[in-house]
Design a protein around this ligand. Structure first.
Ligand code: NDP
Length: 280
């Protein structure tokens, strides 16, 4: 088994970010991001801490806004509109999914597409279907693509099974894989024979939030397995794959923790810097 750690991928992305910041510096430009958290969801708070720590590491300034989970949608929209008009702000990130009490579609839609750093608007999501490259991608699927690229996994003509079909991860990832000429199967909770779908694939990507759903019987030798899941299992973090019991000789697999999770935050920062460079 070969473990595909996130750290070398992250180091490579850090280098790319530094190089782009250097270019921006020559143009007297420093990108700035606005972070909007609604409610006290622990996943959001953890992600926010990690993001702030990394932004500080690159000396990238940010403004942070925190609202109650029952905040009036009009107040949120007014704040986003203000940020849209603020020339100092290059990216707006709202931690998702927004609490169900608030209509998340209209909040996300308020973000100007050029500042939509996590591809939350239907405009940017729609652009995923176009042939040419996007300015902005959803960060978790892009982190998966960065991992595959870094480890030299060829996608052309390969069978990819994506387990999980959420808007934020599975569906967007499927489109991105199709654009790379992979043959893609997407599974959900009603898929009849998950084992057959995963064993048939060259590349398996799991994002379900079901700890250890994918067992040894779901996999076979010579596959690449990317585990996006972050699950809290008896005080321990585990992925969607039953990692400890996978013992095929030539399988390549990302661990949890120390896998894709390390890359997602940096991918968001990369997108902020990259698109600021493209548009400046
Ligand atoms: P959602 O709950 O929104 O979606 C889960 C998806 O998995 C759904 O499509 C669901 O199917 C499917 N699913 C659930 N159970 C099964 C099953 N038994 N067999 C097949 N499919 C199943 O989750 P997210 O997409 O938001 O997140 C998924 C995981 O990824 C979570 O663990 C989350 O913590 C992690 N994550 C990690 C990130 C990172 O940076 N590494 C970032 C974002 C998320 P159905 O559509 O039928 O309901």
């Amino acid at each position: 088994m070969r473990i595909l750690y996130g750290k070398p991928v992250a180091e490579n992305i850090k280098k790319e970010i530094q190089e782009m910041l250097f270019e921006l510096n020559k143009r007297n430009k420093t990108p700035k991001i606005a972070l909007i958290r609604i409610g006290e969801n622990m996943d959001d708070i953890t992600y926010e801490h990690s993001l702030k720590r990394n932004l500080k590491m690159f000396s990238i300034p940010y403004d942070s806004y925190v609202y109650a989970q029952d905040e009036d949608a009009e107040v949120l929209k007014r704040q986003i509109e203000k940020l849209n008009k603020d020339d100092e702000i290059d990216g707006i990130m709202i931690f998702r999914p927004i609490h169900p009490q608030i209509e998340q579609f209209e909040i996300n839609e308020t973000i100007h597409w050029k500042k939509d750093i996590d591809c939350a608007t239907s405009y940017n999501q729609g652009k995923l279907f176009e042939k040419k490259s996007n300015l902005l991608y959803p960060c978790t699927p892009r982190a998966v693509m960065e991992t595959l690229r870094f480890y030299g996994v060829d996608l052309v003509s390969k069978k990819c099974t994506v387990v999980g079909a959420s808007q934020v991860v599975g569906k967007a990832l499927a489109i991105m894989l199709i654009k790379e000429k992979a043959t893609v199967t997407v599974c959900n909770s009603k898929t009849l024979d998950l084992k057959a779908e995963t064993r048939d694939a060259d590349i398996v990507i799991c994002a379900t939030g079901q700890a250890k759903l994918i067992t040894k019987e779901h996999l076979r030798d010579n596959q690449v397995v990317i585990d996006v899941g972050i699950n809290f299992d008896n005080g321990k973090i585990s992925g969607d794959v039953d990692f400890e019991n996978i013992d095929y000789d030539n399988i390549r697999i990302t661990p949890v923790p120390k896998g894709v999770g390390v890359i997602t935050t940096l991918t968001l920062i990369k997108q902020l810097v990259e698109k600021t460079l493209k548009l400046s």
